[in-house]
Design a binder for this molecule. Structure first.
Ligand code: TXA
Ligand code: MG
Length: 356
């Protein structure tokens, strides 16, 4: 299959491009499109055959459910068994935006879309091209991140092309995304709201909007750490249990105060170099000049959390193009947006963390 790449500018949406993409969606085909978080791989959410194509193109395990994207809050009622009060509060506060909510599904949503689950994940993205595509297609659009399963999510159209070339008919290129990490997922099917995946919308922001305490799925840790795995806890979002975002080279996180981290990483670099290995480092603007590594990339300035989140996946992909055998990364105190950054970094590192 030939993959076409068409540019789309959110400030001046080209209706011909959107019409073409929408027609493909209506035909049950796949279209990759930009959102504010990461690129999505879209298909008609209510057609089992269309959803199945998504799993095939990504090489995704079929028990890992998809997020259904809508373009108006009221469309939530089309697929939810009932719309809880909490959902309306969160929608009013954060939609369109980087928040996915989980509610009980109704019969219109096929199990192919929900990975066999009775619940459905729903999000209204904050991106003009994504909203225009959903609207023009007249469909609700199921879309996971547009990467091959296991790889970092795409934050630029070139990442999508690298993974999906020849597998899908169309990629809409809206340039680099704004946020760079997938949406926060909050489960509203139980008594208490529970975060299943941390993201740009933090626990504190959710609590402020709901006026009640919001909990973290204890299983999230299980996806991040050896101790979590040993405890037998499973994350409630099926996707959080898989190894993810992993670069080809081994990635090791190093935690501690800044000076000790730099010193320890440099000692490790010397040892590895003696073994004939090439070493990469994920540094910050503050430290990037201090490393003896073969390939050093700064993820951003420490006080600029947004930039660090935005750069993470691109950097992980860059390391795949470099020849390094092992990568050491600095860590961040897991508060606010850094909670999501550390969640992804730990998964990418496959729970290899050094405390210095
Ligand atoms: O920002 C995002 O959310 C992006 C853009 C494209 O919207 N999408 C995205 O989709 O990250 P994906 O498929 O890569 O991640 C969806 C996550 C998976 O971890 C999946 O297991 C979880 O959501 N999920 C989906 N439906 C669920 C459900 N009913 N219950 C629990 N977890 C669910
Ligand atoms: Mg994904």
């Amino acid at each position: 299959m030939q993959t076409q790449l068409l540019k789309i500018d959110s400030r001046h949406i080209d209706t011909e491009v959107i019409k073409k993409a929408a027609e493909l969606i209506r035909q049950g085909e796949l279209v990759a499109f930009p959102t504010e978080t990461v690129y999505g791989l879209g298909a008609d959410a209510l057609r089992p055959d269309a959803s199945k194509k998504i799993y095939a193109a990504k090489g995704r395990p079929s028990d890992n459910p998809l997020i259904v994207h809508i373009q108006e809050i009221k469309e939530l009622a089309l697929i939810a068994k009932e719309v809880p009060e909490t959902a309306l509060k969160l929608a009013a506060a954060f939609w369109p935006g980087p928040l996915t909510i989980i509610v009980w599904k109704n019969d219109r949503v096929p199990y192919e879309t929900t990975g066999g689950m009775e619940t459905v994940a729903v999000r209204m993205p904050n991106h003009a091209a994504a909203l225009a595509l959903i609207k023009e297609s007249g469909c609700l659009i199921a879309a996971p991140s547009a990467n091959t399963s296991g790889k970092p999510s795409p934050t630029e159209a070139s990442h999508v092309a690298f993974d999906m070339n020849g597998r899908i008919p169309l990629i809409l290129d809206g340039g680099p995304v704004g946020i760079g990490l997938e949406s926060t997922i909050v489960d509203l099917t139980e008594q208490r709201p529970v975060i299943l995946r941390p993201g740009y919308i933090t626990k504190e922001m959710l609590e402020e909007a709901l006026g009640v305490e919001v909990f973290m799925d204890p299983g999230i840790l299980a996806g991040e750490q050896e101790t979590g795995r040993q405890s037998g806890l499973k994350p409630k979002a099926p996707g959080m249990k898989y190894r993810h975002y992993a670069p080809k080279a081994e990635l090791v996180l190093v935690e501690g105060d800044m000076a000790s981290v730099v010193k320890s990483i440099n000692e490790l670099i010397k040892t590895k170099k003696k073994e004939g290995l090439k070493v990469g480092v994920i540094a910050t603007d503050e430290t990037k000049e201090q490393y003896l590594s073969d390939f050093t990339v700064s993820i951003g300035a420490r006080e600029d959390k947004d930039a660090i989140a935005r750069h993470l996946y691109k950097i992980l992909r860059e390391f795949d193009q470099s020849e390094v055998d092992i990568i050491y990364s600095e860590s961040f105190a897991a508060k606010g947006l850094f909670e999501a950054v550390m969640n992804r970094l730990k998964k990418a590192a496959g729970h290899r963390i050094l405390y210095v």
